[in-house]
Design a protein. Structure first.
Length: 252
């Protein structure tokens, strides 16, 4: 079984494969670290002048890069329209919209799988992504960062947030403040300072959540929400999206 995202894509998906040589000895990919056996197709470890992700390479001294990394680096789609995706051996799914993220965070695929989010233009994210071998605790490549999710904690937080929502927050806040207040439905109890959800470590309690806590309301639910890491609080927002359903795979 391939143990890197690049090698999984090259093995299972119809992309144009790039290779220029065959390995003279057992080696590993200088980019993703995946194994390269003697005699197998691979590419010389040559990077373009504009390449700036040297610190993300598995081994700059390796003479080879694998067919997967050579192909993904040559295929600009993986830095553009295919930079926010969920990758499994069977399919590649969109992971850019809130509802798509919500679906896969609630229903992570059978391992192995990768979850990748490109947050700026022309960003190398796919070959840098970890391959998840466990759906109870998995990671997402979020631009230059890695987000770690404990699925059971996230699901408990989804239930807690929905249970708070079910109690008509607008009415509760209006009663506390004495001013008519409307809180948007299915809104996260955390706020984020960046609109595009490009960073995970920006969450703070929403003002209405602080007010409810101060009044001692929904203690049990807030205890479940206190268990979240900031990465999981970031992920919760997607899980609260309306009309979550499984997206169609992307045809390459
Ligand atoms: Zn590789």
């Amino acid at each position: 079984m391939p143990l890197t995202v690049s090698q999984m894509i090259a093995k299972h998906h119809p992309i144009r494969l790039v290779s220029s040589t065959h390995a003279e000895h057992d080696s590993h990919c200088g980019v993703c670290g995946g194994t390269i056996a003697t005699g197998s197709a691979c590419d010389d470890m040559v990077l373009t002048k504009s390449f700036t992700n040297q610190n993300d390479l598995a081994d700059l001294a390796s003479p080879y890069r694998c067919v997967g990394c050579a192909s993904i680096m040559a295929d600009n789609r993986f830095q553009m329209q295919l930079s926010s995706v969920v990758i499994t051996p069977k399919a590649i799914y969109p992971f850019a919209k809130k509802i798509d993220r919500g679906f896969f965070l609630i229903n992570p695929p059978e391992p192995p799988f990768a979850m990748v989010v490109g947050v700026s233009k022309q960003q190398h994210v796919v070959w840098r992504s970890p391959l998840n071998l466990n759906s109870r605790r998995f990671q997402i490549q979020l631009g230059d960062d890695r987000v770690a999710i404990r699925h059971s904690h996230l699901m408990e937080a989804v239930s807690a947030a929905k249970s708070i929502q079910a109690c008509d927050i607008s009415a509760a806040i209006t009663a506390i403040t004495g001013r008519k207040t409307k809180i948007k439905e299915n809104t996260s109890p955390f706020t984020f300072s960046d609109m595009k959800s490009a960073r995970s470590r920006q969450n703070e309690w929403a003002w209405w959540a602080l007010l409810l806590r101060k009044e001692g309301k929904h203690d049990a639910e807030f205890k479940a929400l206190d268990e979240l890491t900031s990465d999981e609080a970031w992920a919760l927002d997607f899980c609260l999206a309306d009309d979550i359903k499984k997206p169609e795979p992307i045809s390459l």
